[in-house]
Design a protein around this ligand. Structure first.
Ligand code: SF4
Length: 618
């Protein structure tokens, strides 16, 4: 094990968390490597605000090449692990190679050792965390661990922290499993000093005050993200029965109000968060009595409730709880199972493939069984465990036409034709199909006044308009990147603060904490640099404009929505992408970065490498 300083210049250029991780990843691995082989590296990183008084600054990132998508893999997680790592004296951990036998990494106040995890191998994520805390004799140890899915190299495996928080996308739990690393446990007692304490405290108070009074924050503090189920029904955005209709006729049965009234015991929060967006929920009666979980989040409700057609909220809680224990992504698994059911109903998948299982919409016991089978690679689950990019290729027979992902990752369980700014962000996302890279919620929440003041284009807050959306998306992506790199929570800094002032507030937080000169322009420039490193990573792996698309382009780009408030809408991808590449300063025809743009961002070394590889536009 070796230690090295982070370096002030490196930190200023890439800030922290997602930024320092993806730059290291770009430098440390070569294109074309096997994500589950020893050449991949697994990187944990925190931002410069971790462990400080900054509101909602408890997040950390984990990055590696993804075994799910074969491009950049990166996830961001809340809870308490990030600040603890900082209290222990570290900003980043880089894990190389493969252990000979199962181990866990124990980091305690500036000291690190690998400990035997033989007896933990085979345990789920909850039991693993409990056992490690008991072994170390300290209840305050914070742990990120894999479950059976990570050990078995399930390509949608997560890294879990606590009972619900996950590095959920990109299959990074499988990378951890491939290294035979069961967990990383940290404990620290060091204090963190900020450069200008009084000024720093003042900005923290301003943010705290604004964020706690925002209507979204009040709502989120009561329902979490579950109320998006009812909202998506009202505006016709659901992905019901594998995107066959945007109408979810039983939204009230699985939505936020039912979760709060029938199951929620209390709301929980991450380190230093003024909101408490996480329902702790218990099933008290019926078939699933005794089940408890945090959440479920909208992503889980949408994936299993809408995409798989399940109208039993208690069963979805059971699924959520099981998936979190096994360490497998509910967002991805729900979409893969939805695909399998759809193909079974069409006769493309038969009992021969499923091992006798009869797949049908909304069958709770079947869904629970498939979660278990996938996490353990048993029977038909062994195919589902290969993820949304590979499973349809294994089955073949035209099933590829019914899986909806972007760059190999399941898209959000909503219909992009009914929410086009958000949808465009799923397509341009550097890690594939999710909503968190873009952090672009103007049209999800009809934020007309913000759209007008921020961009001068009202229509970008209209869910089905398309003009201008490509122009404004880079701003949102750059800001969302900064929020991840700083280790902050997107709910608080993107949804609960006025977006017009939020970048300025984050810049003030960073400058008063670190003593660096930082303003909002510089800050957004750092976000742009990080995003471009991720894009270059993917370019090096062979991606071009054709990959900024849906797995089934004709589904969303050509077929009009058949029902709901957005009936008739199609996704005008090409027009939006043209605007997007132009605003990014990339080549419109190929979608590739230009040498001039990379050099402007201080990435000459990357420009030179891409040029040598013939991956710059001619
Ligand atoms: S808003 Fe929710 S997810 Fe974000 S830091 Fe607070 S409790 Fe965690």
């Amino acid at each position: 094990m070796t230690e090295e300083p982070l370096g002030a210049e490196f930190a200023k250029a890439y800030l922290g968390g997602r930024g320092i991780n993806v730059r290291r990843l770009y430098d440390l691995i070569k294109p074309g490597i096997d994500p589950l082989g020893p050449e991949n590296v697994l990187i944990f990183g925190v931002g410069p605000l971790a462990g400080t008084l900054a509101p909602a600054a408890g997040r950390f990132n984990v990055s590696a090449k993804s075994p799910q998508t074969d491009i950049i893999g990166d996830g961001n997680c809340g809870g308490f692990f990030g600040p603890e790592l900082k209290f222990a004296g570290y900003d980043q951990i880089i894990i190389h190679g493969v252990a000979k036998k199962p181990v866990y990494l124990w980091i305690n106040d500036g000291e690190a050792e690998l400990k035997d995890a033989g007896s933990l191998w085979g345990s789920d994520t909850w039991d693993t965390q409990k056992t490690i805390r008991k072994e170390l004799g300290d209840e305050r140890v914070q742990i990120a661990a894999i479950g059976q899915a990570g050990e078995k190299l399930v390509r949608i495996a997560t890294i879990a922290h606590g009972i619900k928080r996950q590095i959920g996308r990109c299959g990074l739990g499988a990378v951890m499993g491939s290294k035979k690393l069961k967990a990383v446990a940290v404990r620290g007692t060091r204090s963190i000093e900020v450069a200008q304490p009084r000024e720093f405290e003042r900005v923290c108070e301003e943010i705290y005050d604004e964020a706690t009074h925002h209507p979204f924050a009040i709502n989120r503090g009561k329902y979490g993200t579950s109320l998006i189920v009812e909202w998506s029904q009202e505006v016709g955005q659901h992905a019901t029965r594998n995107w066959s209709t945007p109408i979810l006729e039983y939204a009230d049965d699985i939505g936020g109000v039912k979760l709060r009234e029938d199951f929620t015991v209390k709301m929980r929060a991450c380190f230093g968060c003024p909101s408490h967006c996480t329902p702790f929920a218990v099933v008290r009666e019926g078939k699933y009595a005794g089940t408890y979980c945090e959440g479920p989040e909208f992503q889980t409700l949408g994936a299993f409730g809408a995409v798989c057609g399940c109208r039993d909220l208690a069963a979805i809680m059971k699924i959520n709880s099981l998936a979190n224990r096994y360490g497998v992504s509910t967002s991805c698994l729900g979409v893969i199972i939805g695909w399998a059911i759809d193909c079974f109903k069409r006769g493309l998948i038969t009992e021969k493939e499923t091992g006798g299982l009869k797949l049908d919409w909304g069958d709770p016991e079947l869904l629970i069984d498939l979660v278990k089978k996938t996490a353990n690679r048993e029977g038909f689950g062994n195919i589902l465990a290969e993820g949304e990019k590979r499973a349809p290729k294994i089955v073949g027979k035209g099933t590829e036409k019914f899986i909806y992902h972007a760059k190999g990752m399941a898209i959000v369980p909503q219909d992009p034709r009914a929410v086009k700014l958000s949808g465009l962000a799923w397509v341009t996302s550097t890690r594939g199909g999710d909503h968190l890279r873009g952090g672009a919620y103007l049209d999800v929440a009809f934020m007309i006044s913000t759209a007008e003041k921020l961009h001068g284009i009202r229509d970008v807050a209209d869910p089905i308009a398309f003009k201008g959306k490509g122009k404004v998306l880079p701003w949102h992506e750059n800001f969302a990147t900064i929020i991840d790199a700083a280790g902050l929570c997107k709910f608080v800094y993107i949804q609960f603060l006025d977006l017009l002032n939020a970048p300025d507030k984050v810049a003030r937080l960073i400058s008063t904490a670190t003593g660096w000169e930082m303003d909002k322009q510089k800050l957004l420039g750092v976000g742009e640099r990080i995003f471009n490193v991720e894009k270059a990573f993917n370019t090096r792996e062979g991606l071009t404009r054709k990959d900024d698309n849906w797995s089934v382009p004709e589904k969303f780009n050509k077929e009009p929505l058949k029902e709901g408030p957005c009936k008739g809408s199609v996704f005008e991808l090409d027009q939006m992408l043209d605007e997007y590449y132009e605003r990014r300063g990339w080549d419109v025809k190929t979608g590739l970065q230009t040498k001039a743009k990379l050099e402007e961002l201080g990435l000459k070394d990357i420009a030179d490498e891409l040029e040598r590889m013939g991956k710059l536009p001619k």
